[in-house]
Design a protein around this ligand. Structure first.
Ligand SMILES: Cc1cc2nc3c(=O)[nH]c(=O)nc-3n(C[C@H](O)[C@H](O)[C@H](O)COP(=O)(O)O)c2cc1C
Length: 300
């Protein structure tokens, strides 16, 4: 997830039991612009394998150039995932992300050209369609399967829905029945148990947990965050911050960590004084000292 599932977060998630790392989506067209190791959105750690690098774009050549570049630089994720789900206007209105749902022949060409390279396992993440009147998930999944895509993940909403309404898990079940390749379901999962139930119910290969994992990597362990005392959470929160400081440098980590911290503490009634101390730290070290046990002594 863009802005959340970067390398530091994914390492934490993996320690907690996540099964696969998907990188944040990255424009296929910019992959060739600089050394892979400098591309924060796509670098990964060996311990994360299997890793799927997710790319978005609207031209087969962009994806092919990106895949060749990755392979040439000996950057070897297990797979490349084609983003066909992003609903953000500046992406989807240009025919990328969920925009590809409106152009199945183009999506199929992107898939087929990537598959033909025989460099990475190719997968795709789709939505149910552009809008209610054009739900084409079965057609999209079938087309991708026939081009040799290895797995398909389905976020069970349309592009027009954005994140509104509820995910239609029956539609995910229909996809799983229709295609032979493994299907991953996605949308509104709130717990590990929830994911297991859906996987069993719809005979899926797995499930993807999105927003419920923000500030809650324990979800991958099957632990209920609301049952965890703050003292139990703090070591992970501090480790997350340290990993971010290593990855981004101290000042940027302090800034980027705020949204994670908001999510980590969202269910707690934090005093305005502590909140302002936490959210005004400008270095990771400063923030780390605010995250000391004694600052939170009132919150047990
Ligand atoms: C902030 C944010 C960033 C996201 N970034 C990505 C992304 O880079 N790639 C992707 O496939 N989906 C992305 N998504 C969509 C989620 O992966 C997921 O499909 C969606 O949130 C529905 O699942 P959920 O109900 O479990 O959150 C993002 C969602 C959010 C809220």
């Amino acid at each position: 997830m863009a802005g959340y599932s970067d390398l530091p977060y994914r390492l934490i998630a993996r320690e907690m039991g996540s099964a696969v790392s998907f990188t944040e989506f990255s424009p296929a067209v910019t992959v060739t612009h600089k050394p892979v190791q400098e591309q924060k959105r796509i670098v990964f750690h060996e311990s994360e394998r299997p890793v799927i690098v997710q790319l978005f774009g609207n031209e087969p050549a962009q994806f092919v150039r990106a895949a060749l570049y990755l392979a040439e630089t000996d950057f070897r994720p297990e797979g490349i995932d084609i983003n066909m789900g992003c609903s953000v206007q500046r992406v989807s209105s240009r025919g990328s992300g969920a925009g590809l749902l409106k152009n199945i022949p183009l999506a199929a060409r992107i898939a087929s050209e990537l598959v033909k390279l025989n460099l990475f396992a190719i997968s795709a993440k789709i939505r149910l369609g552009w809008d209610d009147a054009s739900k084409n998930y079965l057609e999209v999944a079938t087309a991708l399967e026939s081009e040799g895509v290895r797995t398909v993940s389905v976020h069970a909403r349309t592009k027009s829905q954005g994140y509104k309404g509820s995910a239609d898990w029956d539609a995910i079940g229909e996809v799983a029945q229709k295609v032979k390749i493994p299907v991953f379901g996605n949308g509104d999962l709130q717990s590990h148990e929830d994911a297991q139930t859906r996987i069993r119910q719809h005979r899926l290969r797995g499930a993807l947990i999105g927003r419920a994992a923000m500030g809650n990597p324990w979800i991958f362990l099957g632990k209920n965050k609301s049952d965890m005392a703050l003292s139990e959470r703090l070591p992970t929160i501090r480790r997350h911050l340290s990993l971010m400081a290593d990855f981004y440098g101290s000042a940027m980590a302090a800034r980027l960590f705020r949204k994670h911290l908001t999510a980590y503490l969202s269910d707690l009634d934090i005093s305005p004084q502590l909140r302002s101390k936490l959210f005004s730290a400008v270095t990771a070290e400063g923030l780390r000292s605010c995250l000391a046990e004694d600052c939170f002594s009132d919150y047990e």
